[in-house]
Design a protein around this ligand. Sequence first.
Ligand code: PLP
Length: 401
Amino acid sequence: MFKVNENYLFLKESYLFSTIAEKVEKYKTTNPGADLIRLGIGDVTLPLPPSVIKAIHTSADEMGSRETFRGYGPEQGYSFLRDKIVEIDYLQKGIVIANDEVFISDGSKSDTGNIGDILGEENVVAITDPVYPVYLDTTIMRIGKSNKILLLECEEDNGFLPQLPKEHVDVVYLCYPNNPTGTVMTKSELKRWVDWALENNSLILFDSAYEAYIQDENVPKSIYEIENAERCAIEFRSFSKNAGFTGLRCSYTVVPMSLKTKLANGTEININKLWNRRQSTKFNGTPYIVQRAAEAIYTTEGQREVKEMVAYYMNNANIIRQGLINKGWRVFGGENSPYVWMKCPNGLDSWEFFDHLLNKCHIVGTPGVGFGSKGQGYFRLTAFNSLEKTVEAVERIISVQ
Ligand code: PLP
């Protein structure tokens, strides 16, 4: 009898989005005329920027001609894109990153999960609660439901930021601006984590999928803004939420050359080399057309277009945030993030509030408990709908008792 990876059996069935879909379907059947507004979506809704579309057309034509056709590309990504990332996302901001420290990929979801391939099973891994579920599930797939997974509870009292672990931790996933809470870490808060990691020889897996949404100058856009972070952190960045690439698929991961660890016998291991080996063995690169599309974001025009896109969503976030505050509800996030996180009013739990919003306002949101037990009693609304629908949703919320 062949065997399966039994760690998969420890995974909790994710009922969150299927339960939401079921409830919405049922509601639509019994209320066929109801005009539902979805503020639960984590996907973007604006179309791709014109300069990205132009690059897709041009590179598609290149693929149709023998002279310019491209087959397999470098597994790490084409230099034309890596160079732009290095120049615009890092060097221009005073952060020194080299081209061979950047790995182009097909999404931060893949990379934040796949990174586990190069990490030892004996590591203690810390993950926040609530959390973007990929970190937890991929860790369970790899090491099972063991006492090596430590949940860092994030609560209202500490601004939904995790405390430094008292126990020994080898690897920690941090995501700021955060999904689902929309909270951010200031430079000094993130510095405490970097100092902790350096002191404990731990690794920080820093997901900055939402860095484009940061408005506050005290909030670092990259973990490498913190001194010596290149010795303890891997950074994941995605084009999904800043440029609308959720359907196109492109992201990158920075693995600095100075990130090292030691074997028990003292041999030094270069993490960049390991990740390079993993990627060149298991991944054949992001499509040429998609990398050309991502390159277009770095043109003057592309930069302007993506800024406009983010500003559009941030305006929505602000409308939601202000509306809920005016309503007298306790609200978090939404200032440096497309996610607004709120305390469910009147002592309702996350699903009770979901039903309330659906039945009374015809609005669909996401119950906080779906992101972890510490999300119970909280709720996530997102800025990714249209301005018109967002305004209407907030009006409905305000007018309903
Ligand atoms: N990281 C976080 C925190 C996310 O919320 C998401 C998507 O919602 C991703 C990563 C996925 O990014 P990608 O589309 O690049 O796979």
